[in-house]
Design a protein around this ligand. Sequence first.
Ligand code: FAD
Ligand code: NAG
Ligand code: NAG
Ligand code: NAG
Ligand code: NAG
Ligand code: NAG
Ligand code: NAG
Ligand code: NAG
Length: 538
Amino acid sequence: MKLSHSICFLLLLTLSCASSSALAQDENPQNFVNCINLHSIDISELVYTQQHSNFTQTLLSSINNLRFPKPDTPRPLAIVTPVSESQIQSVIYCSKEQNLEMRIRSGGHSFEGLSYVSALPFVVLDLVKFKNFSFDAATETAWIGSGLTIGELYYNIGKQSNVLGFPAGLWANVGIGGHFSGGGYGMMKRKYGLAADNVEDACLIDANGRILDRKAMGEDWFWAIRGGGGGSFGVVISWKVKLVPVPEIVTVFRVSRTLEQNLTTIFHKFQSVAPKLPKELDIRADIQSILSNASLRADNRTITIGFDSLYLGRANSMFSAVEEYFPELGLVREDCVEVNWLQAMMHFTNLEFSTPPEILLNSTVLPRPAFKSRNDVVQVPIPVQGLEGLWEKMYQIAPQQATLQFTSYGGRMDEIAESALPFPFRAGSLYELNMFVQTETDEAERVEWIRGLGTYLTPYVSQNPRSAYVNYVDLWLGTNNLNGTTSYEQASKWGKRYFRNNFDRLVKIKSVVDPCNFFRHEQSIPVISAGKISLCDP
Ligand SMILES: Cc1cc2nc3c(=O)[nH]c(=O)nc-3n(C[C@H](O)[C@H](O)[C@H](O)COP(=O)(O)OP(=O)(O)OC[C@H]3O[C@@H](n4cnc5c(N)ncnc54)[C@H](O)[C@@H]3O)c2cc1C
Ligand SMILES: *[C@@H]1O[C@H](CO)[C@@H](O)[C@H](O)[C@H]1NC(C)=O
Ligand SMILES: *[C@@H]1O[C@H](CO)[C@@H](O)[C@H](O)[C@H]1NC(C)=O
Ligand SMILES: *[C@@H]1O[C@H](CO)[C@@H](O)[C@H](O)[C@H]1NC(C)=O
Ligand SMILES: *[C@@H]1O[C@H](CO)[C@@H](O)[C@H](O)[C@H]1NC(C)=O
Ligand SMILES: *[C@@H]1O[C@H](CO)[C@@H](O)[C@H](O)[C@H]1NC(C)=O
Ligand SMILES: *[C@@H]1O[C@H](CO)[C@@H](O)[C@H](O)[C@H]1NC(C)=O
Ligand SMILES: *[C@@H]1O[C@H](CO)[C@@H](O)[C@H](O)[C@H]1NC(C)=O
């Protein structure tokens, strides 16, 4: 089916932002429910208030950090799962009318639960039903709904072609809406860059209910939604993506090494070699502490590193590339497994090669941990002494309860200018280091541990500003004030870390396109045009 941008036609429904100001906050969902029933047809079945028998199930359906569903976690007054653009417009309109916050949820993978938790009375706009996938063979593009998961996207692409793919993340349940909004990367970033680098158009609903495509929103706004972080610039309902060529046969390997197998030497080399590999080759690494018979320690523990790799080509040539660039790894030819691209994508989300790909459509297959995470960007390899201290830190936490994830950049990532999109980690950044600890037990202790780990890493990671990836959102970096007025200086604490020099442009765009700051959360981009705020606030 051929789709033009008529997909994103303009609906003339003008909503004003001043209407909210007169009304006090309303914690009873009834006025909100009445409002949307009045403004929308056939929506009542799609609204889940706390009294609804399916409320909890619907809320939990895409909570992907189980640190948040606790008895004292604030819950939305209502969750709405619209099936049409006009229903989304009603949710926006009625949230404003009732002075409620509105959180947008696509896949629910926000590390800090920003899509389904708020300290102020709020509703959740859940895009789970926006799962369109319209492929155009002639241009090798597709219009895709924000409610698709990346696994569903890969599945849909695989059904169309065995020589096309898309460079998004690894974990199949991650939602397109939030993922693309923050950049989004996986095992093909070194060849094709971010997911956001491959977006050609989008369809967005703004705070006034206008439906805008790229042309209608303009290049600044379109720039901001491709990496400036979800929840600040509008509800993106769909994206037009350029699919990328992949070979019919690709190759993967997954191998691990322990301290007793020279992990420290291997990893030290990995840091500088991984960003310089051929673009077709991406190697990522995960480090954990484990129990092992081979341990030389009294507590039987060691450190293990798992290397996961994708090569856009055949096994023999992958093997020779690894031998040439990274002989320290000690890879053998038998480690390299030839599969198709879709199987490789399933493998990276820990599904067996032989599983029917339909499993990617099942949102309950993958585990959902409770966790706290922090992350940094590394620009100079961490010296051996620094690594040895890091292993000591890992021994302070129960085996396999904490993971250090290393995502190497380089290749295509380096060729794109730092200002091309809000995501700033291009040339000069070696890799992203994500620290992750499970908090199902000993939450307080573990959270403190990961705080200390961040402190330990200070001398080894990017500084001025110390940097972080907005899709790995971390509220420890600071938060907006609840009343909606946050200074540029305050928001710079996290804004400069996520976006570096691109932060200022994001603030300018935000101030123009959402002057009343309707789209807000703990770390949304602030509005600075102080003069205009009086139009919106009481
Ligand atoms: C287990 C796991 C694995 C991950 N793996 C990767 C990976 O391999 N690569 C990578 O780059 N990232 C990865 N991430 C991070 C992921 O990209 C972000 O968490 C992303 O924001 C999730 O999008 P979502 O739609 O699932 O999340 P949500 O929680 O629904 O949304 C995240 C944020 O975006 C906003 N938002 C959601 N939808 C929209 C929309 N349609 N329009 C505007 N704003 C919206 C939300 O309000 C929220 O602030 C992973 C996260 C987890 C938990
Ligand atoms: C409740 O949720 C289940 C599973 O998602 C669904 O099958 C059922 O139709 C829902 N019931 C209502 C009344 O929405
Ligand atoms: C996408 O899906 C939504 C929800 O099912 C629907 O309302 C919308 O019209 C669809 N858009 C296209 C272009 O198919
Ligand atoms: C570890 O490295 C040393 C020298 O660097 C080498 O002699 C030894 O064989 C290596 N051990 C393993 C298990 O690879
Ligand atoms: C450790 O040693 C025990 C006893 O020799 C053996 O049964 C077990 O399989 C070993 N575990 C591993 C992980 O090698
Ligand atoms: C370590 O392993 C040895 C041999 O398997 C076992 O006897 C000993 O109890 C273990 N020590 C600890 C602290 O687990
Ligand atoms: C999805 O996966 C779960 C867990 O593996 C399973 O119980 C369920 O039956 C699956 N659903 C479908 C529709 O296959
Ligand atoms: C908003 O909150 C901040 C800090 O909580 C406070 O300094 C500021 O004065 C408040 N602004 C308004 C308009 O209430």
